[in-house]
Design a protein around this ligand. Structure first.
Ligand SMILES: *Cc1c(COP(=O)(O)O)cnc(C)c1O
Length: 223
């Protein structure tokens, strides 16, 4: 088994254990393998081990990898990082889902460039308060939801958050769940290598795990 295959197996075991603890079926949790800055050879290894959902942060990197791996049937790309409006086209053209809608302009740009199936979108919520920069404030989420819902070609399916590093993530995950319930949104994108088991216990329907699968990331170089 490849190293990536071994990493995936371990993560899958832990997902199953967390689901058992939380009395949730494992089908309720989708694992997105975060492959940002990792070479496509490792994505192929994960694909060969059965992984189909992959997350990328940088728009041009996503575009290039999607082109290179276009032959891999059933592979689904998730844009998970902050996005500038001028790069939205790269995500709109290839992604299955986008997890970081924090203002209406991003959803508008994505929609303009989207063809075919609606792009599944998550509103990124800043449940961490002052210490995090990205995401809409919880009190502004209802207005953002209403605005994005009016846009064709995108579909809001849930909420996403990334708790501030160093904080206890559990209360942040719990706040996101409470907010999603209030807004009648079903999906919760939350939990990374550091805290995905906790996130599952708090109701995550999708977790974004990179390092535990692929190992440490190479440094980002200017492109
Ligand atoms: C990089 C990243 C992840 C994955 O982080 P790991 O610690 O490698 O699991 C998840 N979510 C977002 C938004 C990220 O930018």
């Amino acid at each position: 088994m490849s190293e990536v295959g071994a990493g995936l197996s371990l993560v899958r075991e832990r997902i199953a254990a967390a689901c058992a603890r939380a009395k949730r079926p494992i089908e309720a949790v989708t694992l997105v393998a975060v492959s940002k800055l990792q070479p496509t050879a490792l994505i192929r290894e994960a694909y060969d081990a059965g992984q189909r959902d992959f997350g990328e942060n940088y728009a041009q990197e996503l575009r290039d990898k999607a082109a290179e791996l276009a032959g891999l049937d059933g592979l689904r790309w998730h844009g998970i990082g902050p996005l500038q409006t001028n790069k939205a086209k790269y995500v709109a053209q290839v992604a299955y889902a986008f997890h970081a809608v924090d203002r209406v302009e991003i959803a508008q740009e994505l929609a303009k460039r989207r063809k075919g199936e609606k792009l599944r979108c998550y509103l990124e919520v800043n449940v961490g308060g002052e210490t995090t920069k990205s995401g809409v404030r919880p009190e502004d989420a209802p207005a953002l939801l209403t605005a994005v819902r009016a846009i064709p070609s995108v579909e809001v399916v849930g909420l996403m958050t990334l708790p501030p590093p160093g904080d206890d993530p559990r209360p942040h995950f719990a706040s996101l769940r409470t907010l999603a319930t209030k807004l009648h949104l079903r999906e919760l994108s939350m939990g990374t290598t550091a805290d995905y088991e906790l996130a599952i216990e708090e109701g995550a329907t999708l977790i974004r795990v990179g390092t535990a699968i692929f190992g440490a990331r190479p440094a980002r170089t200017a492109r």
